[in-house]
Design a protein around this ligand. Structure first.
Ligand SMILES: Nc1nc2c(ncn2[C@@H]2O[C@H](COP(=O)(O)OP(=O)(O)OP(=O)(O)O)[C@@H](O)[C@H]2O)c(=O)[nH]1
Ligand SMILES: [Mg+2]
Length: 471
């Protein structure tokens, strides 16, 4: 190597170093995780958030948008080459077409980078010059967070707990019969393992449909490219007296362990561990509509989701996070446009009570938390109707089914959250003297003025909480 080469390679490494250093120093990256159980509203949330950051006219509560600190926003290639890109254009296309549709259900992790050019407007801002803040938004299924608790369970414990939990559920009876009928100590044959796994998956789907939240293992509902593979071909069984090594039981035990090490752990290591800020979306209105059992189940699922944010309680997580932690967590009740704004504080209070409950039992290692009611995409307008001389606060929208306009009076959420949460906890099957209705509205056709994103409720407040301090 000649002296010129040495100088050149030195200069190059200094350039690389300073590029890295400048990125680290002047171009902070905020990784925002967006999660929630299936159909909670993740895709709509991300799509509307991005559209409203690109055109910020409807974001007055995001300080940086209101005071002009954000000078420009643009989409960029994301830094992770192996994670699918969040398909923003297609989702926005569906929502804003001439006959607007909700986006398709999504099935895996995806990611998008939005970069914000910011310059402080104050006296000091003039000296500091413009900077760039990258917002990496990561969409992942909440079911994958629930899997965390499986890490601390053996196949034996998981089987027993699962069979106990589901025995009173109607939709589980077919699977329970199927599990009773097999001898777990016979030699493994693949078709019967597949039948059991299929039967258990059918149960999980029906439970999800009925509004239950605790539908793990998460990949059974969202298998993606793992569909049909041995890591997903197991199911809970009754433990035999003396388990044989090559038995159905033995092989299912091995597959359960494989699910932990090659499905659950990589997700936490590769995706979860990098998140700085987190929003957990919850379809609380949907659960309330489905009844006390669904509400109680949602409460338990929230408590389990929260475990992932208390790494101290989990050796594996503590090890991969090495002291790094999620700094802020927002729990947002979605689809609040089904409710007249007069009732929003009550919905927020329910959300708050659900979180507080889990919060009281453990600290979040210092993470700041908040609860809100939001609608990422407002599909309704408010309307007060006269009903036998009584005023009813309704919302009106276009029905998804048939396209007719309809007014919805969803029912009155209670003032005191215990009125909902206590019967749920005590195992009530129905609400005593209340009825909560819900309708599926189609997205409203958008007439956007220049500079305005899609209509929403409190998306700007959510954004301010999640990353406003970084701008
Ligand atoms: N009215 C109203 N409905 C919403 C809103 N957000 C979501 N929805 C409804 O909830 C459904 C699910 O929303 P998505 O954003 O696709 O939910 P997701 O969490 O990405 O769902 P998966 O990808 O299936 O896990 C939509 O199809 C809408 O029917 C909202 O802000 N207002
Ligand atoms: Mg989705």
């Amino acid at each position: 190597m000649g002296i010129g080469d040495i100088v050149e390679s030195l200069t190059r490494s200094i350039e690389n170093l300073s590029a890295d250093a400048s990125e680290a120093l002047f171009e902070p990256v905020v990784r925002l995780g967006v999660t929630g159980l299936s159909r909670a509203g993740k895709t709509v949330f991300i799509t509307s958030l991005i559209a409203n950051l690109l055109e910020r006219g409807r974001m007055p509560q995001l300080l940086g948008a209101a005071n002009g600190t954000i000078r420009a926003a643009y989409l960029q290639p994301q830094p992770d080459d192996t994670v699918p890109r969040f398909d923003y254009e297609t989702h926005l296309g569906a929502l804003s077409s001439s006959s607007p549709r909700w986006p398709e259900s999504t099935r895996a992790v995806s990611e998008l980078r939005l970069s914000l050019r910011v310059q402080s407007t104050g006296f000091l801002g003039v000296f500091s010059g413009p900077r760039t803040v990258h917002l990496d938004i990561v969409d992942y299924p909440g079911e994958w967070l629930l899997d965390l608790v499986l890490l601390s369970k053996s196949y034996e414990v998981w089987s027993k707990e699962t069979l106990d939990k589901i025995k009173s559920r109607d939709m589980a009876q077919a699977y329970l019969k199927q599990a009773q009928a097999v001898d777990p100590n016979v030699a493994l044959d693949e078709p019967s393992a597949q039948n059991l796994a299929a039967g258990f998956t059918e149960y999980l789907k029906a439970a999800r449909e009925a509004g239950f939240s605790d539908c793990t293992p998460g990949r059974f509902l969202l298998p993606g490219e793992l569909e049909g593979s041995p890591v997903l071909t197991f199911a809970p069984l009754n433990k035999p007296e003396r388990p044989q090594r090559r038995s159905l039981w033995g092989e299912m035990e091995r597959r359960f362990e494989a699910y932990k090490s090659s499905v659950i752990k990589p997700f936490f290591r590769d995706h979860f561990s990098k998140i700085d800020r987190q929003v957990v979306l919850v379809d609380a209105l949907g659960a309330i509509h489905k009844g006390p059992e669904a509400v109680e189940d949602m409460r338990r699922a929230m408590a389990e989701v929260l475990m992932a944010f208390r790494p101290g309680k989990n050796g594996f997580l503590a090890q991969i996070l090495r002291g790094k932690r999620v700094e802020k967590i927002l729990f947002a009740a979605t689809k609040a446009d089904h409710l007249h704004h007069r009732q929003h504080p009550r919905l927020t209070a329910i959300m708050d009570a659900l979180v507080r409950d889990a919060h009281d039992r453990a600290d979040f290692a210092g993470a700041e938390t908040a609860a809100m009611s939001i609608a990422a995409l407002r599909a309704t307008v408010e309307e007060t109707l006269d009903h036998n001389g009584e005023e009813l606060d309704c919302v009106r929208g276009r029905l998804l089914d048939g396209g007719k306009q309809a007014a919805l009076y969803p029912g009155e959420l209670p003032d005191d959250t215990a009125t909902l949460l206590s019967p749920a906890r005590e195992g009530a099957k129905e609400w005593l003297d209340a009825d909560y209705k819900i309708m599926s509205f189609a997205p409203a056709p958008m007439k956007l003025k220049p500079g305005e994103g899609p209509p929403h409720i409190r998306l700007d407040k959510a954004a301010q909480f999640l990353f406003g301090d970084k701008l």
